[in-house]
Design a protein. Structure first.
Length: 286
């Protein structure tokens, strides 16, 4: 009995797998073309200074305008781009586009870009970033590079060298998704960052229990005592803003202030920030 069923099951499984492999191969091809055609678009999410809610910068977040599947978020394609070695091409094009877009915005606005673990291993990372900044005329002091701990696990010495070379250009480094990695304290001890971004999963919970709030408070204090500035990610309520500002959190980001948006929308927001619940004066934090 088992044999017959087993074979049937196997066949079904195999054809499902074939389909998945084919779909994946097709997505890979489409992604390659989309990158070449510049169809991976930078979206921008506001970053505000607390407690005034002055807009001080934006985080660049990749979006793929897929002709059939619509607007795709990074979880649909960043992994594939990493595995196939397309991530560098994707990210450098995105950075270049963001630097060009930023020409139309106030000169104080900071840009934060995400660098994936695989891209972080690119030995020419620093040179490529510099050449994009030079070509577009975007000042290094307005750029922030966000990395997660998974970029740091391979080779600490190499990571230190890369971080230092970027910082020597004047680019700032943020440790992203803080609290989700395996050895956050170790990395804070061994490497020099400029900013710490508290992961959304912590910010979510501060109003849920005292213990959780205490943990976030401790992270803010730790960050400040190491001389870093702190951003809270994923702020969705006014209650969170009040509490985080009260604990000394410097910056905030989240749907409360604005979801990631295309260039045109950000340009409109910049023209009338108060209409979006933000303070009108742009504040220079560089
Ligand atoms: P991240 O760098 O931690 O970016 C923050 C993510 O949280 C974004 O998701 C953003 O849309 C989402 N978010 C922001 N505020 C809120 C909120 O209030 N509530 C909720 N529920 N979510 C919020 P997104 O755009 O889907 O990006 C996911 C991740 O993909 C990013 O996490 C980043 O690690 C990666 N990513 C995005 N763009 C790029 C890129 O150009 N290159 C690389 N290497 N990675 C990227
Ligand atoms: Mg980020
Ligand atoms: Mg994050
Ligand atoms: Mg995240």
């Amino acid at each position: 009995q088992g044999k017959k069923d087993g074979r049937g099951t196997y066949r079904v499984f195999k054809s499902t797998m074939d389909l998945e492999l084919r779909a994946r191969a097709q997505l890979e091809t489409e992604l390659r073309d989309a990158i070449q055609r510049g169809e991976i678009e930078p979206f921008y999410q506001p970053v505000v200074a607390l407690p005034e809610k002055t807009l001080i910068g934006v985080e660049v977040l990749a979006r793929w305008r897929h002709p059939i599947r619509g607007l795709l978020t990074p979880n649909h394609f960043i992994g594939i781009a990493e595995e196939t070695g397309m991530i560098g091409d994707l990210s450098y094009r995105l950075l270049r586009q963001a630097c060009l877009d930023a020409r139309d915005w106030p000169a104080h606005l900071l840009l934060a870009v995400n660098i994936s673990p695989q891209q972080f291993q690119d030995r020419w990372l620093c040179e490529r970033v510099l050449s994009i900044l030079t070509e577009t005329g975007f000042p290094p002091s307005r750029l922030e590079v966000e990395i997660t701990e998974s970029a740091l696990v391979q080779d600490l010495e190499a990571a230190r060298t890369t971080l230092t070379s970027l910082q020597n250009l004047g680019v700032r480094i943020a440790l992203d998704d803080f609290g989700t990695g395996y050895s956050s304290l170790y990395h804070l001890r061994e490497l020099k960052f400029d900013k710490l971004k508290i992961d959304r999963s912590y910010v979510d919970t501060i109003t849920m229990s005292d213990e959780r709030a205490k943990l976030v408070d401790a992270i803010i204090k730790l960050s400040a005592s190491l001389g870093l500035v702190t951003t809270a990610e994923g702020i969705e309520t006014d209650a969170s803003v009040d509490w985080l500002s009260g604990q000394g959190c410097d910056f905030g980001q989240g749907y409360l202030f604005g979801a990631p948006m295309p260039k045109t929308e950000l340009t409109a927001l910049l023209a009338a920030p108060d209409a979006h619940g933000m303070s009108a004066a742009l504040k220079q934090v560089a």
